[in-house]
Design a protein around this ligand. Structure first.
Ligand SMILES: Cc1ncc(COP(=O)(O)O)c(C=O)c1O
Length: 480
């Protein structure tokens, strides 16, 4: 089993250690579920005991005991010299891993709640009261509406509100240039579906948003990281798409200064490369030169129609609203709407009406959210400096997350120890198109201050139990 497969397996194992009971039983339970669901198909080789133990930062005996249990159940075959493999089971033949991604962040969303502090998913964990009000008003406004409700490009009231939002930011926009999507994730999927063919190159920053990497990989693109210095040369090769998060970037909360924005937009125009500006966290800028103000979208600097802007209310309001959007040239919006209609005849109407309502109260929405985020960010930074002084990071200028470096070892192994201390952290490699940044993790500051303190406390305990290889952690197997 090579390193990539091992990483995939560990991602699939997810928060395997978060239950109660001996570690070998927890590990066996998670492997059993993966085998029974067909995610690990018959014949699939499992990593050697020692390799998996090292990667999970547990003793070898834990893996041996888990494998032995599965062998007794007939789920794996273990032969001297040929290692451990998944056995052929008499289960329904609907099972395949083809095309099913193993992104650790997505897998954390799929895992049932288990009391672990999820620093993996950076999204507000409760809907704000304003949202309930907006839904109530939206529901009332349905009375008397004459509309069949199938709107692949979005409900007209929201398209108009979004056009108004960009126009107010100095970017003249017509409703025909807006398409409403089910979150920005669908925006990315549709753009990849239309603009990226298998084998095409997609340029991204590194680090970047893992959900986008997942979409591009799923489209069978070759994802290439690009630095500011290499930008001109990389765009000259005419990639199918360039994807950037210049404002309050996920994962490090960085904001690209205006000269960089201008250069990026102009180079994309010069080389006629579609440039996606992901503004999902753009309304969450709380520090630096633009504190309190949202920087201009890349499209403000563009000549031509290469720049495609995507946004969402998931981070400013709540992910469960599932309202995102695309701002693009009207013909592109038409093509995207036709593509969407193939599998989704349109978003849910009440959410869209509620979103239009919230856009009308944007200042209020921001005023309730951004100062709170800024305070939580300051609190997390102070806690990290006090409890984990050897960890380093640049404070975020906006967004919801900081990008932290550990001084030795790899976060993949540390994350296993952290899990057993009740904290799930996403390792840096998920944010890197080439799987680098092994010494980094992303921490979010969305929790109330006392919960952030508790999470940092647990991280500090985990760090004390981790010697860079995970070996010391074996002596400290802690229960959640
Ligand atoms: C940069 C970025 N883009 C897109 C998304 C997807 O957001 P949505 O919830 O709107 O689908 C996220 C969510 O984490 C994100 O961080």
């Amino acid at each position: 089993m090579n390193r990539a497969n091992l990483d995939d397996l560990v991602d699939l194992l997810g928060r395997w250690a978060s239950g109660r009971g001996p570690l070998h039983l927890l590990l066996a339970a998670r492997l059993r579920a993966l085998i029974d669901d067909g995610v690990l198909p018959p014949g699939e080789p499992l990593p050697p005991d020692r390799v998996l133990a090292r990667r999970l930062a547990v003793g070898r005996g834990t893996v041996v005991a888990a494998y032995d249990l599965l062998r007794q159940e007939g789920r794996v075959l273990r032969r001297q010299g040929s290692g451990t493999r998944v056995a052929a089971l008499d289960l329904p033949a609907t099972r395949t891993t083809d095309g099913v991604p193993a992104n650790p962040l997505l897998l954390h969303i799929l895992h049932p709640p288990d009391g672990v502090a999820l620093l993996t998913c950076a999204a507000p964990d409760e809907p704000p009261p304003l949202l309930a009000e907006a839904y109530a008003r939206a529901a009332w406004s349905l009375a008397g509406l004459r509309d069949i409700g199938y709107q692949p490009a979005g409900v007209p009231a929201l398209r108009a509100a979004l056009a108004g939002y960009y126009t107010a930011r100095g970017l003249r926009t017509a409703p025909e240039e807006i398409m409403v999507t089910t979150g920005a994730q669908q925006a990315l999927t549709l753009l990849a579906g239309l603009l990226v063919a298998p084998g095409d190159t997609v340029l991204t920053e590194s680090p970047t948003y893992p959900g986008a990497l997942e979409v591009f990989r799923h489209a069978a693109a070759v994802v290439r990281p690009v630095t500011p210095e290499g930008l001109r040369a990389a765009l000259r090769e005419r990639p199918a798409l360039a994807y950037f998060v210049p404002t309050a970037r996920n994962p490090d909360g960085a904001i690209m200064p205006n000269p960089g924005r201008r250069r990026l937009a102009e180079l994309a125009a010069e080389h006629d490369v579609p440039l996606v500006d992901d503004e999902v966290c753009a309304e969450l800028c709380f520090s630096g030169d633009t504190a309190g103000a949202t920087p201009p979208p890349l499209a403000s600097f563009g000549r031509g129609e290469q720049v495609i802007t995507i946004g969402s209310l998931s981070k400013l309001v709540w992910g469960g609203l599932r309202v995102g959007w695309i701002r693009a040239a009207a013909p592109l919006v038409s093509r995207l709407s036709r593509l969407r209609a193939v599998h989704d005849l349109g978003g849910e109407v009440i959410s869209q009406l509620a979103a239009a309502e919230l856009l009308g109260r944007l200042d209020e929405v921001r005023a309730r959210r951004v100062p709170e985020l800024a305070a939580r960010h300051a609190h997390l930074c102070a806690e990290l400096r006090a409890r984990l002084p050897s960890w380093t990071f640049e404070p975020a200028l906006g967004g919801q997350t900081v990008w932290v470096r550990i001084p030795r070892g790899e976060v993949d192994a540390f994350a296993q120890v952290a899990l057993r201390h009740g904290v799930a952290v996403p390792p840096g490699r998920s944010f890197d198109p080439l799987g680098g940044h092994a010494d980094r993790m992303r921490l979010h500051f969305l929790l109330p201050e006392e919960e952030l303190s508790r999470a940092v406390n647990n991280l500090a305990l985990a760090w004390a139990a981790f010697d860079g290889t995970g070996r010391a952690a074996v002596r400290h197997t802690l229960v959640v």
